[in-house]
Design a protein around this ligand. Structure first.
Ligand code: 2RA
Length: 349
């Protein structure tokens, strides 16, 4: 029989995108059961063209489920993923609760699909959207050239901070639209007042060098995730990685400016060839024609887009790249769906 799937957090921002993706991809699933907090239970959502009523999260909700995809806050996953496993499901978890657990593989199918087969806790973790938005391209270059260092600056969309992030940007944009604000100190801040939402500074007409929560020595949690997750996915625990994570007034699609250093000398033509033939990567790199990836073109698409490929002027072993990925699709829901498909194939689905 076809394996049965549960989507936990079906009504959230990523859950909604996931239902669209499950409806568009090859239909490998038997039942698709939708699960959410008791507050959202009873709502009807459409998946595969059919209305499905959302069930409340409970132990019984996992009866008969083979694979459960979780898109819920860390503490909800921490509590409920093991419950789903105890009921016989393999969990694909998109929270931060298990990503760095040595007994939980952190999987990007184009890079380390093999890792999904070894899951001592019955859980496979989905990386954070910032790592996911670049790692498919970097994995392909690493396979050829051997990565030795990454220096990354992110330009992160507000939807990474959830619906509250999107609502905040939209509210601030309407508060300032039609004004001439933006060139006097503090004028945008005064106009948006106390509607900062999840951000520590105005996000409209601004860039904010902060994402996540404060960790030791001034690093943000988001910056440490880029480092730790890249190391784990690539199987390189000592890889040198530095990130500066920045929020920008974009609704969907994270962008990253990447300085990648390799063991071997690189060429732009070689990098183009590797990237163009890598599954899940699209090269858009003709600056003379104004061709490079931008979030407004990339949003809603599946691949990782790469442009502005240059060899570093002072280092023949290093490349500079500009990478864009839809943070809700490959950055979250699509990668989870792909992991689910790997597990389903293994289960005989
Ligand atoms: C963000 N990476 O963009 C986070 C969401 N998981 O804020």
């Amino acid at each position: 029989r076809k394996p049965h799937l549960a989507v936990v957090g079906a009504t959230g921002a990523v859950g909604t995108v996931l239902l669209g993706i499950l409806s568009a991809r090859a239909d490998i699933w038997g039942e698709i059961r939708l699960i959410a907090s008791p507050r959202s239970a009873g709502r009807k959502l459409t998946v595969r063209g059919e209305e499905v009523e959302v069930a409340a999260l409970s132990e019984d909700a996992f009866d008969g489920i083979d694979v459960a995809m979780f898109d819920v806050p860390d503490e909800v996953s921490a509590q409920w993923a093991p419950v789903a496993v105890s009921k016989g499901a393999v969990v694909v978890d998109n929270s931060g609760a298990f990503r760095m657990d040595p007994d939980v593989p952190l999987v990007v199918p184009e890079v380390n699909a093999h890792a999904a087969r070894v899951r001592p806790r019955g859980i496979v973790a989905n990386p954070n959207c910032t790592t996911l938005s670049m790692i498919v391209a970097l994995g392909a270059l690493h396979a050829e050239y051997g990565l030795s260092e990454l220096i990354v600056s992110s330009y992160q969309a507000v939807s990474g901070a959830g619906q509250a992030g999107v609502d905040t940007l939209r509210a601030q944009l309407s508060a300032i639209s039609g004004t001439e604000l933006g060139s006097a100190p503090g004028d945008v801040r005064r106009a948006v007042g106390d509607t900062l939402g999840p951000f520590p500074a105005p996000i409209a007409l601004n860039v904010v060098p902060w994402a996540g929560s404060l960790r030791e020595d001034g690093w943000s949690s988001e910056e440490l995730k880029v480092r730790n997750e890249s190391r784990k996915i690539l199987g390189m625990p000592d890889l040198r990685v530095t990130a500066t994570c920045v929020r920008v007034p974009v609704i969907t699609t994270h962008s990253l400016a990447v300085h990648a250093r390799f063991e071997n000398e690189v060429t732009v033509a070689g990098a183009h060839e590797i990237l163009a033939s890598a599954p899940g990567v699209v090269v858009s790199d003709d600056p003379a024609e104004g061709e490079f990836p931008t979030p407004s073109d990339v949003a809603g698409t599946d691949p990782t887009w790469v442009g502005r490929v240059r060899r570093s002027l002072d280092d023949p072993r290093a490349l500079e790249l500009f990478v864009c990925g839809d943070n809700l699709r490959k950055g979250a829901a699509l990668n989870a769906a792909q992991i689910g498909e790997l597990v389903a194939a293994e289960l005989g689905g």
